[in-house]
Design a protein around this ligand. Structure first.
Ligand code: PLP
Length: 365
């Protein structure tokens, strides 16, 4: 890119990149980044403040480098949530699942190695591939955004990647890959020596069983998860990895020392102690998702069947960019994910969803 100064020794492969991120616009209904719209229960807010006050007295010291107490609590949560027995040795935690993904790339990607993902999917996977000099291999989803497993397996065998990514429920489509299909891919991944990374950022919104159930049989299967969505905790930045202890050891080698602040660890521990309270909005979001589906259908548009807290919808006669702008003009920020003919909307509060549906009725006329 010509705008980089000549004195900056930026790596050549990064010169065409721009920083990742959706527009952050204030004074609009924000339905563009798949956040949970509910604020933290007041009881949890107070408990966090009390805990932070205590931690504040020792902020001159570095935090627990290995976040052992937080990881133990996450292990208990995962066991309660998935029924799979896990302990601290199966969990790694970081600043959002994006950092988890980067840690995995640093450990198992890099120059001369390949990562395979099935797009359209979470665009940060290929972005981190590029940043870590890992060759990104594009596996395509079918026109209904599912993965053709036979084609995927063939591609795994042909390409022999080090890393394979499946996002389920998938972002931006919201669609799921069944556990039996994930297992078939795990078998193929095992034959080529790849790690199968299952990005389960939206798992708590779905009825599908977690890939965590496969780890005991296939130690090269790993699950990347987050507290940003179901826990409504995006501002704190906590993501975690569930994996065989060998994978966790590899993450420890590539993590930065003291990467997770004492404040973050303390707040996250309190949130996990109140997990069911923190996740009380999930049911409402799922039923509001159905309200949005009905509203979208009522104007003759359609949406994909979603197992997440967002919907990918289509059916408009004008370009997606124009429709996106028309929503914004009405004070509603949704996401143009760069797929012509489709836009993505995050499920908001009931009031926010009604504003979206009112705008939709006017725009679809
Ligand atoms: C599929 C997927 N994975 C990971 C993330 C990153 O989440 P965080 O870094 O907030 O944990 C997102 C965020 O939207 C996502 O959609």
């Amino acid at each position: 890119m010509s705008t980089w100064p000549s004195w900056l020794p930026l790596r050549a492969e990064l010169t065409t990149l721009s920083p990742y991120g959706a527009p952050q616009i204030s004074d609009v209904v924000q339905l563009n980044t798949n956040e949970n719209p509910f604020t933290l229960p007041v009881e949890v807010q107070s408990a966090i403040v009390t805990e932070i006050k205590e931690v504040a007295a020792s902020l001159n010291r570095y935090p627990d480098r290995d976040a052992v107490r937080l990881r133990s609590k996450l292990a208990q949560y995962i066991e309660a949530n998935t029924g799979v027995r896990t302990s601290v040795v199966n969990i790694w935690a970081a600043n959002g699942s994006n950092e988890i993904l980067q840690t995995i790339f640093l450990a198992c990607g890099g120059s001369g190695r390949k990562a395979l993902g099935f797009t359209p999917s979470y665009s940060v996977h290929p972005l981190i591939a590029k940043i870590t000099s890992t060759t990104w291999v594009e596996g395509k989803r079918t026109s209904d955004f599912t993965i053709d497993i036979a084609v995927a397996i063939q591609q795994i065998l042909d390409e022999k990647p080090s890393l394979i990514f499946i996002t389920t429920p998938n972002n931006p489509s919201g669609t799921c890959t069944s556990l039996s299909d994930v297992e078939k891919m795990a078998q193929a991944a095992g034959t080529v020596g790849a790690l199968l990374v299952v990005d389960e950022a939206y798992a708590e919104f779905s009825d599908e069983r977690s890939a965590i159930a496969l780890i005991a049989k296939y130690p090269h299967v790993i699950s990347s998860r987050t507290m940003s969505k179901a826990f409504a905790f995006a501002g704190v930045r906590v993501g975690y990895l569930v994996a065989d202890p060998a994978v966790i050891d590899a993450a420890l080698v590539t993590r930065l020392p003291y990467h997770l602040s004492a404040l973050t660890q303390a707040a996250a521990e309190v949130a996990i102690d109140h997990a069911s309270l923190m996740q009380r909005g999930i049911k409402e979001l799922i039923s509001e998702r159905d309200v949005l589906v009905r509203g979208i259908k009522s104007v003759g548009w359609s949406s994909l069947e979603s197992s997440a807290n967002f919907l990918l919808f289509s059916g408009f006669a004008r370009p997606a960019k124009e429709i996106w702008q028309e929503f914004l003009n009405k004070g509603i920020l949704i996401r143009d994910v760069g797929l012509e003919g489709y836009l993505r909307v995050t499920v908001g509060t009931q009031a926010e969803n009604q504003r979206f549906l009112t705008a939709l009725q006017e725009i679809a006329q």
